[in-house]
Design a protein around this ligand. Sequence first.
Ligand SMILES: C[S@@+](CC[C@H](N)C(=O)[O-])C[C@H]1O[C@@H](n2cnc3c(N)ncnc32)[C@H](O)[C@@H]1O
Length: 241
Amino acid sequence: MQQYETWEEFYKVYRNKAVENETDLYFQVGKTINKKPIEKEIFDLINENIIKDLDLQPTDILVELCCGNGLCTYEFKDKVQQIMATDFAAHLIEAANKFKLAPNITYTLGSALDFLNEFTSKWGVVPNKYLMNHSIPHFTPADLTDILKAIIGISGNKFTFLITGAPNVEKLGNFYNTEERWQKYKDNLATGNFINDGMGRWWNGAEFVEVCEALNLDCKVYDQDPRESNYRIDILISGRG
Ligand SMILES: C[S@@+](CC[C@H](N)C(=O)[O-])C[C@H]1O[C@@H](n2cnc3c(N)ncnc32)[C@H](O)[C@@H]1O
């Protein structure tokens, strides 16, 4: 795979093609298996788990970081009052605005951290729920600390933040399940190739706990439903309010 200096560069080209139908939206954000959209049952399961874990309520104001083309975002529109979603890939925000817009959703182009840092002056409301869905491999523990500090700056200790789909370093073998795949991973690690063939950073659950402890936040780490994945974890963070 071609080398990239940043994830932003990677996402400028990754699966960047014109969207003509719903199938193309799945392709754009990598929600495919054998070049076909993931099964409807699995797509629904992903979204139902988010709704349940974040305990989405009609009065909630939800911020979604790294929303992609809004494929999942749109599924939460009837569950909450308002959604502010952001992503730094222009073609994905364009597709979101074209195909996944609703009166209570706004899509903003930009980096997750900039969006949070500018949030209060721009929006003048206080969100109580935050989501980062299938995007944490693009961040480090230091990035997560910055994101959580920005969230605390907006919402104090009255928030819940769900991070889904962190590749679990303790389950590496479930993913790199051939000698060839394992070797490729080791080569990427050895050369400091953080893009790691698009897979990104593998996390240890304890890293989330450590970051949250330092900020006096509660943190629950749990395996994903095996129908969704056998090597990823979800993380539910909340203020001690
Ligand atoms: C695998 S996609 C997931 C998209 C969407 N959440 C979903 O589940 O369909 C990861 C997304 O993270 C976005 N992203 C990565 N780093 C980002 C950052 N620092 N700020 C904003 N978006 C970012 C990418 O542009 C991409 O849309």
